[in-house]
Write a protein that binds this ligand. Structure first.
Ligand SMILES: [Zn+2]
Ligand SMILES: [Zn+2]
Length: 224
């Protein structure tokens, strides 16, 4: 069973569990505890309004396992900033059905990026499927066939780019951020690359198994 609790600490040192959304004067820190299996869903619109209303307050996410033992904790603002970056950079994708961006982060620095698309020099998805073509019957199926054959997923582009970057001396402590949850195929590749943490914003409508498969590989998966 999933359990979610938001705690607040005030400047006078007092602490409380927020039952509704009424925050008193001078909050200095928020802790959002989620007790759940992976993928752990930290998405909460209220955290976004807190971040805006109290820019100086710390917002920490804590993941508890079924026994209530803390598994991980992190600064929500930083993770959210990377996820927001994927949402902005996905505009670079030429895919007509779903634009996806992936970042690989080490020690809070972005060391690789990728969007989904065809290999360099090959025609782009938006050159094949014009705006009118996209309104015709059977577009999704035709796009699916084209994409399976010619489009590289954002995660794969980011991992390939990481491999080209010789300044990265090892693959330890890498985090992957993706605007859409990785598919089962990318989950295998991510596991093999050594990445141990994945953060994503939206479920992948067409291939929903990716999050479960990442978890099967022992990767921590967070929706944020
Ligand atoms: Zn496409
Ligand atoms: Zn994929």
């Amino acid at each position: 069973m999933v359990e979610k609790n938001l705690y607040v600490t005030y400047a006078d040192g007092s602490e409380e569990l927020l039952k509704d959304q009424s925050i008193k004067e001078n909050p200095v820190a928020f802790v959002y505890q989620v007790k759940s299996d992976y993928p752990v869903d930290f998405q909460n619109p209220f955290l976004q309004s807190i971040a805006k209303d109290y820019p100086e307050a710390a917002i920490t996410c804590v993941h508890l396992n079924e026994q209530g033992i803390p598994q991980a904790s992190f600064d929500w603002r930083i993770k959210k900033a990377f996820i927001d970056t994927t949402q902005s950079l996905k505009a670079m994708s030429h895919c007509t059905r779903l634009k996806v961006c992936c970042l690989i982060v080490k020690n809070n620095r972005i060391i690789s990026t990728g969007v989904n698309g065809t290999p360099k020099g090959f025609k782009n998805c938006d050159e094949v499927f014009s705006p009118t073509e996209r309104l015709t019957k059977g577009y999704y199926e035709r796009h699916h066939q084209f994409s399976e054959a010619y489009e590289v997923h954002a995660e794969m582009n980011a991992v390939l780019e990481l491999g080209r970057n010789t300044s990265i001396d090892n693959y330890e402590n890498l985090e992957l951020y993706c605007s859409t949850c990785p598919c089962a195929g990318c989950a295998k590749m991510i596991a093999q690359s050594g990445i141990k943490k994945v953060f994503y914003a939206e479920a992948y409508d067409r291939m929903p198994d990716g999050a479960k498969n990442l978890q099967d590989f022992g990767i921590e998966v967070y929706k944020i």
